[in-house]
Design a protein around this ligand. Structure first.
Ligand code: OOG
Ligand code: MG
Length: 255
């Protein structure tokens, strides 16, 4: 049996020092259960340093993402307060290994939604929705991993930006999404790419969070997963996402 604590330590050290590591799957394949245990152990190190869990990010919820990384299962990772970058703020490449950015939709919850819930129950727990950017940064060399590796690595979670939240009293199932770099569109898609409807991702999040022993609660943020492939970022870029009916969210990469 793999030493899950030492794998968690290696991953957490890689994230804090922004240095890439070899894939664990080269030596030991982690089962899904073991991989989530590693994720919990490495997140515990963050919580022990004073970081606070603020929600969950869903990953590989679109075909584009599955194709990009060659892993075909829906996964989740934790969001902490330290990962948050203010809307319109700046991110520093030196804090990451090889970051990429993804166009997403965030749900902000007003009540607990845990375990197996229906889409209606999930929607009832939503306070607001917002355009969001997920900054992913696989700690693995070459951004390559198998299912166990990426789950252990907190679903590549490294940062996130949330735009202005709006009340979700309209249909979210097919909203146009345009990710731009320096004013030029680089990826376009639709919220329909997220499991057919982003609310399905919230339903999955409610189930997965409860299984991890950290049920989704009022105030939690849930990133529904990227609608398109992720885009590598570099110095000095101005990045923005426009989501139909939701507005926009932006971040710049420091020079
Ligand atoms: C895994 C994380 C995927 C998403 O939105 O699909 C993810 C990765 O691609 O490194 O955040
Ligand atoms: Mg993502």
């Amino acid at each position: 049996m793999a030493d899950l604590q030492s794998i968690a330590d290696v991953l957490d050290n890689a994230a804090t020092s922004a240095r890439s590591i070899d894939q664990f799957s080269r030596a030991t394949k982690l089962s899904v259960e073991e991989a989530y245990e590693v994720q919990s152990l490495s997140l515990k190190r963050r919580y022990d340093r004073g970081e606070r869990r603020v929600g969950l990010k869903m990953g590989l919820t679109s075909r584009e993402k599955m194709a990009q990384v060659g892993v075909h299962d829906v996964i989740c990772g934790r969001l902490t307060d330290a990962m948050r970058i203010d809307e319109g703020g700046e991110l520093r490449l030196g804090e990451f290994v090889h970051p990429r950015i993804e166009p997403e939709i965030a749900f902000i919850l007003k009540s607990t939604v845990a375990g197996p819930v229906s889409a209606i129950e999930a929607v009832t727990a939503v306070e607001a929705v917002a355009p969001a950017l997920d900054i992913i940064d696989s700690r693995y060399r070459g951004f390559e991993f198998d299912l166990g590796d990426v789950i252990a690595d907190n679903a590549s979670g490294a940062g996130f930006v949330i735009g202005n939240p709006v009340r979700a009293d309209f249909e979210l199932g097919n909203l146009g999404m345009v990710l731009s770099v320096n004013g030029r569109p680089v990826e376009t898609g639709s919220s329909a790419a997220i499991l057919g409807h982003p609310v399905r991702s919230l339903v999955a999040a409610a189930r997965m969070a409860a299984k991890l022993g950290e049920p989704l609660e009022a105030g939690d943020i849930v990133l529904a997963g990227a609608a398109t492939a992720a885009v590598p970022i570099s110095h000095g870029q101005a990045i923005s996402l426009q989501v139909q009916s939701l507005g926009s969210v932006a971040v710049t990469v420091a020079k």
